[in-house]
Design a protein around this ligand. Structure first.
Ligand SMILES: *Cc1c(COP(=O)(O)O)cnc(C)c1O
Length: 352
């Protein structure tokens, strides 16, 4: 084992949510979309397959980039595609953070950032949210060797947001780039994509896994100043997205009707879920994402999680036990379809 780098030996590795295969269950533990993707994708996929897969794909995914540039009204050279946004996050970390250097992230938030720092042999610096999921001034302070800061917005597991004004102020204060991970921004009332024009140090990442119902496709992208994109291109795998996924993702971006109606359905269900969960007795955090963070001062949430699991209902039970300022044990429940939520709420009611 001594031939393995020490940082790899010592890191625990990122553990994704359970992905049960086969059988029937209600899966509301990894914030996937409960609805099938746009029916237009089948044809796009088939057309790409018919063109043949004997040649390598377009390294830059030009079709997708063009479509994204139109959608966000930015020049094409502000975009780069990735094999899921986790691929993009890996590329950004490798570009900016070297061994012994520092990567900043809020806590509690997306646990993967810490694993990415560990892969680099870098330090991660967790800045704790206050008890209302607000950032403290510490997040904006300079620090020796600080090379990159991550901010998921909306945040996971809370579903809370930091305002555009605050993000601009943070970017101005920080001595390094600030990555806004917008995995859930399509469920929010605002996003920060256009801020890349106002401050070069703002970099925005996106995924098609959640709001486009394409977690199984693996497709994401980054929006950043072309000077940064030029560096990321050197770091990424040459062919990080395959020909089928580029074709399908491009068509998904084009079908605005599917997208708008899906987002509307999820927001509706989210509002209903929130009021019913409160009625049952949970404390919920107002969500700008496709999941709801539920806590309770007394109940044993792990028991609820296990009870639901025994009935083939998968929610995420999370414990952020290092959180000095708030209650870090909770259930993160993804917004499923209405019939799924009926069953889940009914089961939880039975439990009490
Ligand atoms: C789901 C998620 C991602 C990863 O998305 P993929 O494109 O599926 O890799 C990134 N960031 C956050 C905060 C997420 O919740």
């Amino acid at each position: 084992m001594s031939v393995v780098r020490t940082n790899i030996l010592e890191m625990p590795g990122y553990v994704p949510g359970e992905q049960p295969q086969g059988g029937t269950f209600i899966k509301i533990n990894t914030n996937e979309c409960p609805y099938p993707p746009s029916p237009r994708l089948e044809r796009a996929c088939f057309e790409a397959l018919k063109k043949g897969l004997n040649r390598y794909p377009d390294p830059m995914g030009t079709q997708f980039r063009n479509e994204a540039a139109k959608l966000f009204d930015l020049p094409v050279d502000y975009f780069m595609v990735g094999n899921g946004s986790d691929d993009i996050l890996t590329i950004l970390t490798r570009t900016f953070v070297g061994e012994g250097e520092v990567l900043r992230l809020p806590y509690p938030s997306y646990i993967l950032y810490k694993s990415l720092a560990q892969l680099q042999g870098a330090q991660s610096e967790e800045i704790h949210f206050d008890e209302n999921w607000r950032l403290t001034p510490k997040f904006s302070e300079a620090a020796p060797n600080l090379k990159l800061a991550y901010l998921p917005n909306p945040n996971s597991p809370s579903g809370t947001v930091v305002s555009r004004e605050e993000i601009l102020a943070i970017a101005e204060a920080l001595p390094c780039p600030l990555v806004i991970d917008e995995a859930y921004a399509d469920f929010s009332d605002f996003n920060c994509v256009d801020l890349v024009l106002q401050n070069k140090n703002i970099i925005v990442t996106r995924t098609l896994s959640k709001s486009y119902g394409l977690a199984g496709l693996r497709f994401g992208f980054v929006v950043a100043h072309p000077d940064w994109i030029a560096q990321f291109i050197k770091v990424k795998d040459s062919y990080n997205c395959d020909a089928l996924s580029i074709a399908v993702a491009t068509e998904a971006l084009k079908d605005r009707e599917w997208f708008n109606s899906t987002i509307a359905k999820i927001k509706n269900t989210r509002a209903r879920m929130d009021s019913e969960l409160r009625e049952i007795g949970f404390e919920t955090t107002p969500s700008h994402a496709n999941f709801i963070w539920c806590t309770h001062p007394e109940w044993d949430l792990k028991r609820i999680y296990l009870e639901l699991k025994s009935q083939n209902i998968f929610v995420r039970y999370m414990v952020y036990d290092q959180w000095s300022l708030g209650n870090g044990a909770g259930l993160r429940i993804s917004v499923g379809s209405d019939p799924e939520m009926d069953v889940v709420l009914e089961r939880i009611r039975e439990f009490f």
